[in-house]
Design a protein around this ligand. Structure first.
Ligand SMILES: Cc1cc2nc3c(=O)[nH]c(=O)nc-3n(C[C@H](O)[C@H](O)[C@H](O)COP(=O)(O)OP(=O)(O)OC[C@H]3O[C@@H](n4cnc5c(N)ncnc54)[C@H](O)[C@@H]3O)c2cc1C
Length: 398
C-alpha cells in the first residue's frame, strides 16, 4: 500500500500547529508529513510592535523551524512557485515537484507597499523586522511635530496593532517630553477607527482621552515625500513629520500565480466552517491565507488548526467531515502603560469590550513570553473555536 502524502505549505503559526497536531494524531505509517517553507525560520510577528520602542529585539523572537516541528515531520526549505490542484502537485524553486494527497495552505499574508505611490522610502511601518528597526531609528531622531498613523488598505493582519502603536507612541512621546510638541493623527479607511463596532467605541474613547485626532474614511491614495503629505482618495491631505502606515496586504504570490485566489489580491476562497478550499478536493487553508471574514491573526489560526486537522484526518480515513470553525478570535490590545482590554468573539457574537486592565496586560505579556513553548507545538488547546456536527448532518452538507 502506498503511504499517502500530506503537504503543508508554510511553516508559520498555522502551518506549524497543523503539522504538530497531525504528527500527534496520525497512526504509524498512515501518512507522510512534510512542511515546505522558504525561510525555515519561525518569527513571532507580534514582537515587531515593541521593536520601535526598544522594548524587544527581533533576534530574540525567532527560532529555526526544524526545532519547533515534531520529529515525524519532514521540513523542506524551498519556495513553492505553483500549485496544480488537478495534478495534486506543488512546484518548487529548487527541489522540483512535490506530490500530495492532501495539501494545507498556510502561506500567510504579504505586504504590498508598492501599491501606494510614494509609500516606499517615505512611510514607516513595523510589520517586518527591517521596517520595525528602521522605525526605531526614526523615533530616536524625532524631536516633535505631526505624527500620522494608520492603515493603507484592508484587510491587514492584526487589526489592533496600529492602534496599539498609537497608544504606545503617545506614552513614548510623553516619557521623552515631546508629547506637548507633537500632534498625533490616526487615519482609518473605515467609518470608525477599528473594524468591529463594539470594540471601536472603547478604542475611540481611549484615543480621545490621549488627544489623538481621528480621521475616518481616509483611504490612502498616495504619499508625497517632497511636500511630506499623505493624500486620501476622499480628497483630504495631511502634513506629516513622521508617517507610520501599515502597507496594503495581499495573499502569497504562489496563490496569485496559480490562479487560486478569490480576487487579484490572492486570498484563498475557503469554506468558513470546514476550512476546505472551495472548488478543489483535498486542499485546506488556515490563517491569513484565507478569505474568511475574521481578523487575520495568529489567534484565528490557532482556533482553526484543530478543525483543519480533524477534518483532514476524517477525509484521510474515509469518514465524514464533521468539525466546524465557529469564527473564534481572541485579541488583547496594548493601550500603553500597564493596561490592556481583551476581546473574544466569533461569527455570531461580536466582542463585548471590557475596560483596559492590568490582568489582560499581564496575560498578553505572558503570551508574548511563552509563545514558542505553547503555540507552535500546539500545547494550548484551541477547542473554543471548534464545533462538531453529527456525521449524518455533515454528509448532507459536503
Ligand atoms: C506587528 C504585528 C503584530 C501582530 N500581533 C498579533 C497579536 O497580538 N495577536 C495575533 O493573534 N496575531 C498578531 N499578528 C498577526 C499574526 O502574526 C499572523 O496573523 C499569523 O502569523 C498568521 O499565521 P499564518 O500561519 O497564517 O501565517 P504566517 O505565520 O505569516 O506564516 C506564513 C509562512 O508561509 C511561508 N511561505 C509563504 N509563502 C511561501 C511560499 N511560496 N513557499 C514556501 N513558504 C512560504 C512563510 O515563510 C511563513 O513561514 C501580528 C502581526 C504583526 C505583523
Amino acid at each position: 500500500m502506498t503511504v499517502r502524502k500530506i503537504l503543508i505549505l508554510g511553516g508559520g503559526t498555522g502551518g506549524t500547529m497543523v503539522a504538530n497536531l497531525l504528527a500527534r494524531h496520525l497512526k504509524p505509517g498512515e501518512a507522510e508529513l512534510t512542511v515546505l517553507d522558504h525561510t525555515a525560520r519561525h518569527v513571532y510577528q507580534p514582537s515587531f510592535l515593541y521593536v520601535p520602542f526598544g522594548m524587544k529585539e527581533v533576534r530574540n523572537n525567532e527560532r529555526p523551524e526544524c526545532g519547533l516541528l515534531d520529529k515525524r515531520v519532514k521540513l523542506v526549505q524551498d519556495k513553492a512557485v505553483r500549485i496544480d490542484p488537478r495534478g495534486k502537485v506543488v512546484e518548487t524553486q529548487r527541489c522540483g515537484p512535490l506530490n500530495y494527497d492532501f495539501l494545507v495552505v498556510a502561506t500567510g499574508s504579504h505586504l504590498d507597499p508598492g501599491a501606494v505611490p510614494g509609500f516606499e522610502g517615505a512611510a514607516h511601518h513595523f510589520y517586518t523586522p527591517e521596517a520595525a528597526e528602521a522605525l526605531r531609528g526614526a523615533l530616536e531622531q524625532f524631536s516633535g511635530g505631526e505624527v500620522v498613523i494608520g492603515v493603507a488598505g484592508v484587510p491587514y493582519k492584526c487589526p489592533p496593532a496600529p492602534l496599539e502603536f498609537t497608544f504606545m507612541i503617545d506614552r513614548y512621546l510623553k516619557d521623552r517630553g515631546l508629547r506637548d510638541r507633537s500632534k498625533i493623527h490616526y487615519v482609518s479607511p473605515l467609518p470608525r477607527c477599528f473594524p468591529i463596532e463594539s470594540a471601536s467605541r472603547l478604542l475611540t474613547t481611549e484615543l480621545e482621552k490621549r488627544g489623538v485626532e481621528i480621521h475616518i474614511f481616509f483611504n490612502v491614495d498616495s504619499v508625497n515625500p517632497q511636500t511630506r503629505e499623505v493624500n486620501s482618495v476622499e480628497g483630504e491631505t495631511l502634513k506629516y513629520d513622521l508617517l507610520v502606515l501599515i502597507p496594503p496586504h495581499k495573499g502569497a504570490q504562489v496563490i496569485i500565480d496559480s490562479g487560486l485566489g478569490e480576487t487579484a489580491a490572492g486570498w484563498l476562497p475557503t469554506d468558513r466552517q470546514t476550512l476546505k478550499v472551495q472548488g478543489h478536493e483535498g486542499i485546506y487553508a488556515i490563517g491569513d491565507a484565507t478569505n474568511l471574514p475574521v481578523s487575520k491573526s495568529g489567534a484565528a489560526a490557532h482556533f482553526e488548526a484543530d478543525v483543519v486537522v480533524e477534518n483532514l484526518l476524517a477525509e484521510l480515513r474515509g469518514e465524514a467531515v464533521t468539525h466546524r470553525y465557529n469564527g473564534k478570535v481572541m485579541c488583547f490590545v496594548e493601550t500603553g502603560g500597564l493596561a490592556a482590554p481583551r476581546s473574544l468573539f466569533d461569527y455570531t457574537h461580536p466582542p463585548l469590550p471590557p475596560q483596559p486592565n492590568l490582568y489582560y496586560h499581564l496575560q498578553k505579556a505572558l503570551f508574548n513570553r511563552f509563545y514558542f513553548s505553547l503555540i507552535p507545538p500546539a500545547r494550548l488547546p484551541g477547542g473554543m473555536g471548534v464545533e462538531k456536527v453529527p456525521a449524518t448532518v455533515a454528509e448532507k452538507r459536503v
